[in-house]
Design a protein around this ligand. Structure first.
Ligand code: AHR
Length: 619
């Protein structure tokens, strides 16, 4: 195949081509990115998921009793754990299906109520009682006031596995009536950038290497809530942890909201990602839409959220942000209204009054913000954008290569959730009786995603950016696979999927401009996108070969690049089309990199095998 790339005539891209998406699903935040090690740390519950003692066990026969005291830790955390016994007594937490113990500093705290003059003992122990680290915490506990105690633990060896416990004990004989009340019991390993209440280092490392340019958050279905009242409420995710009530996610478990709006923004700061903030759009998953007469309240709530993030400290919510440690306003350039409002019967009210109400109010107050609708199945008002999601089989990803070629350029499109979820011969579509598709991305699907991404990148003036979804899964408790990154409680086993390798390659060769090209062949089985990076002054060719019977010889030239020019060529392949990267195995993606020289008339000659992805970059 001959491809000749012009030196000009393309379009500027948004510079955001590949990003990340996060909502609380698959214990990707709680028990994942959010580095808290104690599961069910504050016994949070709701009418959907009532409080339990899950993950807690008794030590030395203690009685563990959940209570809603008349003197709770806070109105947000009304339920606490009474621990009763004789002599040394206490409770143990098994973490998010294990606790990783290694020689590093663990930072912990707990609140306690009750008169007690002795010491507490906090420790990390193996399943059979080997103590890796232990510390005595002098009690400052009082009969009538919740008092926070802080401690650190320093194991001097790495545990063989993660079947470990955090154990907290006290001497019940030194209490008034053999019992104390506990709440908000927390333990963090070292976090990314050492942020308190921060993120798990190995997962952030995997993200940093991937290099996402934006973060779409906080959903997804989880933003919407099962009911209007159950929506993701930004103002209940900020401030001291004891003032965050948590909520029922739409994914079958209660979240603590420890990873709240501010933590999302800090995450964007840490990885230099553009925030694409989704605000609640007046619709819940049970099909309830806020009536037009009441939508103003929720629009104002979205404006308040934007003021919290971007307002000066002279504003009510900007001042609140400063109080919570962030005097400098953040910048928000993209706001999405709702999530998948084309589903569950939501489209009519979305088109008729919900989207216009949010769009008008946000555009008026923040004209610089690109407002994005949560669907592309509608007529957009001026300057509004849309969000397109697709979960599908590989063949359909490939046949959608040219989906965006003829779209109007007036309304940009975010590809806010995309993933190949099943093999071609699997039942097509989402089978809700078994919510899992393939456990991990697989190579044929990854190549098909590459073809679709190339179609998007050819249209990178229109496509704001693309993100895989869902992004993370904790394999000990998940609702939806496959995901970009899989993990469990052992950071040594975190797995970067085949699709992670694709997105990283495409991210590493960032195009600031598309460039037109001509060819002697139609697209398929070779698909490609061409462009340049005007910061590094280099020309870029990205390609994928899907289902070819033979290797494809490519003769590639760029206007202005002459004989003898050198290029970096990277080709990704895998042993077979169903090959996957799992937490229990090695990386199966084979990466071949070489330098090649342009021959006569500046033509680069190389071959791509079937089911391969390649990038060539030259100056
Ligand atoms: O990514 C999983 C779910 O898929 C998202 O929550 C939702 O937006 C989509 O239907």
């Amino acid at each position: 195949v001959k491809v000749s790339v012009a030196g000009s005539g393309g379009n500027a891209t948004t510079n955001l081509q590949y990003g990340a998406m996060e909502e609380e699903i698959n214990h990707c935040g709680e028990g994942g990115l959010y580095a808290e090690l104690i599961r069910n740390r504050a016994f949070q519950g709701s009418s959907t998921f009532p409080s339990t003692v899950d993950a807690w066990g008794a030590v030395n026969g203690a009685g563990l009793l959940l209570q809603n005291l008349t003197n709770p830790l806070s109105s947000a955390l009304p339920t606490s754990l009474q621990v009763q016994g004789e002599g040394i007594t206490g409770m143990a937490n098994s973490g998010f299906w294990g606790i990783d113990v290694r020689p590093q500093k663990y930072t912990g705290s707990f609140y306690v109520l009750g008169s007690y003059a002795g010491n507490f003992t906090a420790s990390l122990q193996s399943a059979n009682g080997e103590v890796f680290a232990s510390t005595e915490v002098a009690s400052e506990s009082r009969a009538d006031e919740w008092v926070q105690h802080k401690f650190t633990l320093h194991p001097n060896k790495k545990a063989d596995n993660t079947s470990n416990h955090f154990v907290l004990t006290f001497d019940a004989s030194q209490t008034e009536c053999g019992a104390l009340d506990f709440n908000l019991i927390s333990l963090f390993p070292p976090t990314w950038n050492d942020r308190p209440n921060g993120m798990r280092r190995d997962l952030m490392q995997a993200l940093q290497e991937l290099g996402p340019k934006f973060l779409r958050f906080p959903g997804g279905n989880n933003l919407e809530g099962q009911t209007i009242e159950g929506r993701w409420k930004w103002n209940e995710t900020i401030g001291p942890l004891k003032d965050r009530p948590g909520r029922a996610t739409t994914w079958g478990y209660e979240e603590t909201s420890g990873m709240g709006l501010v933590e999302y923004m800090e995450w964007c700061d840490d990885l230099e990602m553009e925030p694409i903030l989704a605000v609640w759009g007046g619709f819940a998953l049970n099909g309830d839409a806020v009536p037009e007469s009441e939508i103003g309240f929720y629009v104002q709530d979205a404006l308040d959220e934007l003021e919290f993030l971007t307002g000066s400290t002279d504003t009510k919510f900007g001042a609140l942000r400063a109080k919570y440690g962030h005097p400098e306003p953040w910048k928000i350039r993209y706001v999405e209204v709702g999530n998948e409002d084309n589903l569950n019967g939501g489209l009519d009210s979305y088109k008729a009054y919900r989207f216009p109400a949010f769009y008008n109010a946000i555009s008026e107050k923040y004209p610089e913000i690109q407002v994005i609708a949560s669907t592309i199945n509608m007529t957009f008002p001026a300057n509004a954008g849309g969000d397109y999601h697709t979960y599908d089989i590989p063949d359909n990803f490939v046949s959608n290569f040219n989906k965006f070629d003829n779209y109007t350029r007036e309304h940009p499109i975010l590809l806010g959730e995309i993933a190949v979820t099943e093999f071609n011969n699997a039942q097509h579509g989402i089978n809700w009786t078994d919510k899992h598709f393939t456990l991990y991305p697989f190579w044929l699907g990854t190549v098909a995603e590459a073809v679709f991404l190339l179609g998007a990148e050819r249209n990178a003036d229109l496509i704001i950016g693309t993100t895989y979804a869902p992004f993370f899964e904790n394999l000990d408790s998940y609702e939806w696979s496959p995901t970009m990154i899989s993990f469990n409680s052992n950071p040594d086993q975190t797995s970067k999927s085949t699709s992670w390798h694709l997105y990283k390659l495409f991210n590493d060769h960032h195009m600031t401009n598309t460039l037109p090209s001509t060819s002697d062949s139609d697209f398929g089985p070779l698909y490609y996108a061409t462009g340049m990076n005007n910061k590094t002054n280099s020309y870029i060719f990205k390609a994928a070969v899907y289902n070819s019977t033979e290797e494809i010889p490519i003769s590639l030239s760029f206007e202005g690049v002459g004989r003898g020019a050198m290029a970096d060529l990277t080709i990704l392949t895998a042993p077979n089309e169903v090959a996957m990267n799992g937490v229990d195995g090695a990386n199966i993606v084979q990466t071949q990199t070489k330098k090649i020289k342009a021959g006569k008339q500046g033509v680069f000659e190389f071959k791509m095998p079937s089911l391969s992805v390649a990038v060539l970059e030259t100056k």
